[in-house]
Design a protein around this ligand. Structure first.
Ligand code: AHR
Length: 520
């Protein structure tokens, strides 16, 4: 006997929103059909565009040989095709310089004339030489050209409050001061106005192996010396918990919550074990299922960490951001294990889609997220090889979902058959919906089942629409991916499976597909 899944996503019921297994009622919901109600009259929260943030670390080929390359003239420059591609997905912010690297980084090494910058060892990621040719000015030019906000993570682990305060002064102070004068001498008259400011990274691990009690005190000490300069106030982002570390959230919120603007949860989806994670491209249906099941787990993490935050911050002033997330596979064969280079298939795209749907649906508390990482590292948007560049299936999800940025969340209810494998069960269809400033409704829906299509019968409660259009991302094989030889094997196509009759919308969601609909 199959079970039906009820996924009730009404905002007031946030704490109860987990998919609840109920008994299947024969004759009401066939296992292959799903009922969707979009409550267009209940918009409340705004989906922050910062949920669609990116992350670039001095790791492997993300910065060097990714964003920052040497031309034929042997000079370093920012890669224009990469910047153009990232502009298309409307990157709202770019987290930098790490990651674990952030707590080893001394920012003064990366300013001033490039030939005079010290060459150091990147002991976190492979012991390679870091020539510091990409530093503060280069990063801020990059985000400016992408059209993204800067998000700098300061060094708490091996740095000092003075070093962090001086970096803050360097990028933000307009008057006469030692750091503002140094910035001017380095060619930048005006401050940049950087607001998003991480105070350490994973301070429970690579950022210093601290207890939450100790970190809370250290955090307060560091942020005390980040004053407002003119209109620029810091948006102070504290190291948040690793996955299920609820105690971290409890103690840090209790002891430092009043001085925190956002808490940075990190959660990676690992299909196997950390020692043997599994291949990005060579996997079974079981591993497909496990990836999605583990990705969906972030909803429980968000709900429970938010619940703890609610006790100290019932007004939800403090945001929860998911500052590192994504699928972490074994590296591609014959690549440097410390460089974390992995391919990216349709499975990665579905993990991205269901994760973004979850973040959207928790827009009341989740007001930022950064997928790890942008280029050539982990679940990347872009892979490069020499002068060539390919867009991954995950990139296409970010492009399709960009319609939700800064739109108002529309609660939705999904009721339907599950996707089951070997006695385990997850909802077959995931989704989120929003209303943009032009009055357009966008609905993103994912069919997690790699074998069977789902038909969706949708009701748009509280509005009249007369037009529907859409796009779909899917492929024949679960492991379909783009290569330098076939860069467009997986890319969005026009979606022809939607029919509108009055206020009733019916859809045929192909197996293993992601659909974005626009309704007007
Ligand atoms: O994204 C790779 C690494 O994963 C980051 O440097 C670190 O913060 C996390 O553990």
């Amino acid at each position: 006997m199959h079970r039906a899944w009820v996924l009730c996503l009404l905002v007031p019921l946030v704490a109860q929103e987990r998919a609840l297994p109920t008994t299947h009622v024969a004759g009401r919901d066939s296992v292959d059909s799903v009922r969707l109600v979009v409550h267009t009259d209940s918009a409340r929260d705004t989906i922050s565009r910062h949920i669609y943030g990116q992350f670039a670390e001095h790791l492997g080929r993300d910065i060097y040989d990714g964003f920052w390359v040497k031309g034929a003239d042997k000079q370093w420059h920012l890669r224009a095709d990469v910047i153009a591609a990232l502009r298309r997905i409307k990157v709202p912010n770019l987290r930098w310089p790490g990651g674990c690297f952030a707590d080893t980084y001394h920012w003064k090494d990366g300013v001033g004339p490039r030939p005079q910058r010290p060459k150091i060892v990147n002991s976190t990621w492979g012991g390679v030489t870091e020539d510091n040719s990409f530093g503060t000015h280069e990063y801020l030019e990059l985000v400016d050209r992408i059209g993204a906000a800067p998000f700098i993570v300061g060094n708490v682990g091996s740095g000092t409050p003075q070093e962090m305060a001086q970096w803050w002064e360097y990028v933000n102070f307009d008057g006469v001061s030692p750091m503002a004068d140094l910035r001017r001498r380095n060619g930048r008259p005006r401050p940049w106005g950087v607001r998003l400011w991480g105070v350490g990274n994973e301070s429970w691990g690579c950022g210093g192996n601290m207890t939450p009690e100790y970190y809370a005190d250290v955090y307060k000490r560091f942020v005390t010396f980040l004053p407002a300069y003119g209109q620029t106030r810091p948006f102070r982002i504290a190291t948040g918990p690793a996955s299920e570390d609820y105690r971290w959230t409890e103690i840090v919120m209790r002891d430092a919550g009043r001085m925190i603007d956002a808490l940075d949860l990190h959660y990676y989806t690992v299909v196997g074990t950390w020692a043997k994670k599994g291949s990005a491209t060579d996997f079974t249906e079981r591993e497909w299922f496990l990836a999605l099941e583990k990705a969906l787990h972030v909803e429980e993490l968000i709900t429970r960490h938010s619940g703890i935050m609610d006790r100290y911050d019932p007004q939800k002033r403090v945001a929860l951001i998911v500052g590192e997330w994504g699928l972490w596979h074994d590296v591609e064969p014959a690549t440097n294990p410390a460089f974390l280079y992995q391919q990216n298939t349709l499975r990665d795209a579905l993990v991205a889609a269901v994760s973004l749907d979850i973040f959207n649906r928790h827009a009341d508390r989740v007001r930022g997220a950064n997928i790890a990482q942008t280029i050539n590292v982990l679940q990347a948007m872009i892979l490069t090889q020499g002068d060539r560049m390919i867009l991954t299936p995950t990139y296409h999800v970010f492009e399709m979902y960009s319609v939700h940025q800064d739109a108002r969340l529309l609660p939705l209810t999904l009721v339907g058959g599950p996707y089951e494998l070997e006695g385990r069960s997850i909802p077959a269809v995931s989704g989120s919906a929003s209303l943009d400033k032009e009055g357009r409704i966008h609905v993103t829906l994912t069919n997690l089942d790699p074998i069977r299509a789902r038909s969706v019968s949708a009701e748009l409660r509280g509005t009249q629409v007369s037009r529907v259009s859409g796009r779909v991302l899917t492929a024949e094989a679960m492991n379909a991916h783009n290569t330098f030889e076939q860069p467009d094997a997986v890319r969005p196509q026009a979606f022809t499976g939607a029919r509108l009759a009055g206020q009733r919308l019916t859809l045929e969601l192909p197996a293993k597909s992601i659909v974005v609909l626009e309704l007007q």
